[in-house]
Design a protein around this ligand. Structure first.
Ligand code: 4G1
Length: 222
């Protein structure tokens, strides 16, 4: 799976190359290609934004630089272009699974007050948001998308983990414990030490439902 990212701040993507995603890149299961939109500015000062027509605060990313950056991507015709934007549908696990079936995604990150609408109309296939709050740019949302989608690429994580997830879909996770058996006078629940797999499964299902009811009742209603 290939992710092409169009951004003014490619350095922001360094931290995602750690841990599980880092290993997936090393194993060539996923590829993250960063394109700095600023490199496509024809202006001597590498200007990429300008004041909005009609007035108002802030700056708008100019259409030509964004378009030229997009045009520099190879095989762009067969890729799906996603604009990370508060105007998109909010990302959920069903959408994550759907996107993991694509082989090439181009992720466009806005900054400042956003991007000139004309280039968006021309190149964007889908808008996706990561939630309803104000951010300074689409870079963190793009990383959230890469992280969540990459987990579903064959070989990135153990298949059991995915199966366990789909089984407990829409429920929160049961509590986890590891060594030591006693920590600050608190014991690990007895059933987890019993080796009785059926009882353990039942206990975990009950805990999942109980915790979801307590903390996220909205998930149970869905
Ligand atoms: C109006 C949030 C503006 C923000 C209403 C989630 C937010 C990209 C996302 C904004 C962004 C609300 C996202 C806002 C995002 C241009 C550059 C848009 C940054 C920008 C609720 C600023 N998921 N926000 N505007 O945050 O890109 O993907």
């Amino acid at each position: 799976m290939k992710f092409d990212v169009l951004t003014l701040f490619p350095e922001m993507f360094e931290p995602i190359k750690q841990s599980i995603i880092g290993k997936a890149i090393q194993k060539d299961l996923i590829e993250i290609q960063l394109t700095n939109i600023r490199e496509f500015s024809k202006d001597k000062h590498k200007k990429v934004d300008d004041t909005p027509y009609g007035g108002g605060a802030g700056m708008v990313m100019m259409p030509e630089v964004v378009y030229d950056a997009y045009e520099s991507i190879s095989d762009r015709e067969s890729a799906k272009v996603i604009y990370l934007s508060p105007q998109g549908k909010v990302l959920n696990q069903d959408k994550v699974v759907e996107l993991s079936k694509e082989s090439h995604l181009i992720l466009l990150c806005g900054h400042y007050e956003g991007i000139d609408q004309r280039v968006l109309d021309e190149i964007v296939d889908e808008e996706i948001s990561v939630g309803d709050y104000i951010l300074t740019g689409g870079e963190l949302p793009a990383m959230i998308l890469i992280d969540s989608v990459s987990r579903y690429v064959q070989g990135v994580i153990k298949e059991e983990s995915i199966k366990e997830e789909s089984f407990s879909q829409k429920l929160l996770e049961y509590p986890q414990y590891t060594r030591p058996e006693i920590f600050h006078e608190k014991r690990v629940p007895e059933v987890l030490l019993s080796g009785h797999h059926e009882n353990i499964k039942k206990w975990r299902e009950e805990k999942s439902i109980e915790i979801t009811k307590q903390k996220r009742p909205d998930l149970l209603k869905k």
